[in-house]
Design a protein around this ligand. Structure first.
Ligand code: AMP
Ligand code: MG
Length: 448
């Protein structure tokens, strides 16, 4: 979490004023018990929230292009929605105070249609036939649904005890009040928000510009598409999962391919990515025993921390900043150096990178929503690390949520991510799970 007194807006103005963004060492000094060799998942989240800052640039887009974008300023409603009191039912409108008398016989004086106000005035003992959505005639506050009344010519009989004054009337401004914020800055616009914007008669919204994220895979054993298989080599899958995850987030993606393990090529890839993108995501080459040049190049070019996270799968991760450098122009990018294993890439992305990118996108809600489900099986778990198990959530016989694991939890078993519909999150301090225990689940819906 940010230290007290420091808000998102402060970060942005600091950035604007050209103040250098915090260095790794500064953030580390601010965090309690920072141990890069044994970081808790929670500490990683706190660190990244301090490392990244929201983009500043905004643009105006039409509603159809606004889906998934983040609102840059509060959207104040210019009108009330609905603009007038109107009927929620097809029925008969009358003054509800008369209900105190018990059963009523009301003389029908006319018809109010949706989109066409009925201009007359009615007295006690009278009513107006009204359609759903039609403006309530002056002085009337209650609608009796047509199925509750009996009709004799123009006389409507309302039985006693079937409704209260004010029933079946939608009040002006009950959805949105003129002059009040209909949506707050930082709202990620979903289909409902797009419709809400339209309901205000607003065609364009001011949103943060899209985040640019460059990514590449590293490792000499990684084959690009089209290369013939060779002993000890595997096809690159990480670029494709990362591409999908970023696209789901609404980022502009810059695919830099598989970068061979040669210092000059790695340097060119990092510098070029830093010049063009807000963030760089790499996979592979960050674990302790790495023989290749990836780590060395990150260290040489940027302000980068190499972590061992108390988690499974995942563990190694590099984070920091890479400057574009003289030759490539200005700018710098946030670096997320993910482990190489295909499942570890997806898990570290969902647990850490996604919330950090959402923060960079200007979104207010960045943490994933966790659901509770009953575990269908026992799970062994050591306290002192966070474990993410691939889970399949379904409805149990009693109507609650139940989750079972996909079986083999190897960090290279990508098929388990395909089978799963969520990640079971076994928290840092948590121990073994017995069958029937409630566990937290991060659902994939919308993210994967
Ligand atoms: P590393 O983190 O570099 O030690 O890689 C861990 C494991 O992930 C190794 O078995 C790699 O072959 C595998 N791996 C690394 N990068 C990729 C990739 N882009 N696609 C598929 N597997 C990968
Ligand atoms: Mg490697």
């Amino acid at each position: 979490m940010s230290p007290p007194g420091r808000r998102q807006g402060d970060d942005r103005s600091a950035h604007e004023a050209g103040t250098p963004m915090p260095r790794i060492a500064e953030i580390a000094a601010r965090l309690q018990a920072y141990d890069p060799q044994a970081l808790s998942a929670e500490a990683v989240g706190e660190f990244l929230a301090q490392l990244v800052t929201p983009v500043r640039e905004t643009e105006s887009v039409g509603i159809f292009d606004a889906l998934g974008r983040v609102l840059a300023a509060d959207l104040v409603s210019p009108i009330s929605v609905p603009p007038h009191d109107n009927s929620a039912m097809d029925g008969y409108a009358f003054a509800g105070a008369q209900l105190a008398q018990g059963a009523l016989r009301l003389q029908m004086m006319g018809t109010a249609l949706a989109g066409k106000a009925w201009p007359g005035q009615v007295q006690a003992g009278q009513c107006v036939k009204i359609m759903t959505g039609a403006v309530m005639p002056a002085g009337l506050d209650t609608v009796v649904p047509q199925e509750l009344v009996s009709l004799e010519g123009e006389v409507v009989s309302v039985p006693a005890g079937v409704l209260q004054p004010g029933d079946n009337r939608r009040c002006a401004g009950e959805d949105l009040m003129a002059g009040e914020p209909a949506l707050r800055a930082g709202e990620r616009l979903g289909p409902a928000a797009c419709g809400l914007v339209a309901s205000l008669g607003i065609a364009q919204v001011e949103v943060f510009r899209r985040l640019k994220v460059a990514y590449f895979s590293t490792g000499d054993e990684i084959l690009s598409m089209g290369e013939p298989p060779r002993e000890g080599a595997v096809y690159d899958s990480n670029r494709y999962t990362v591409h999908g995850l970023l696209t789901r987030l609404g980022c502009e993606v810059i695919d830099l391919g598989v970068v061979r393990d040669q210092p000059a090529l790695l340097e060119q890839a990092f510098r070029g990515a830093a010049a063009r993108a807000d963030a760089i995501i790499t996979s592979g080459g960050v674990s302790v025993g790495e023989a290749d040049y990836t780590k060395a190049m990150m260290k040489k070019l940027g302000d980068v921390a190499f972590w061992r996270i108390a988690m499974r799968p995942g563990r190694p991760m590099a984070v920091g900043r890479i400057p574009a450098g003289e030759a490539s122009g200005a700018g710098e990018a946030v670096l997320f150096g993910l482990p190489g294993n295909p499942v570890a890439v997806m898990v570290t992305f969902l647990a850490f990178v996604r919330p950090a990118l959402l923060r960079m996108m200007g979104a207010r809600q960045t943490a994933p929503v966790l659901l509770k489900a009953r575990s269908a099986e026992a799970m062994r778990k050591k306290p002192g690390r966070t474990e993410y198990q691939r889970g399949i959530v379904s409805r149990s016989a009693d109507g609650g949520l139940e989750v079972r694991t996909t079986g083999n939890q190897g960090s290279g078993v990508l098929s388990s991510m395909v089978q799963a519909n969520g990640l079971i999150v076994l928290h840092h301090a948590q121990g073994h799970v017995a069958a029937g225990d409630a566990v937290d689940v991060m659902m994939f819906e919308g993210a994967i």
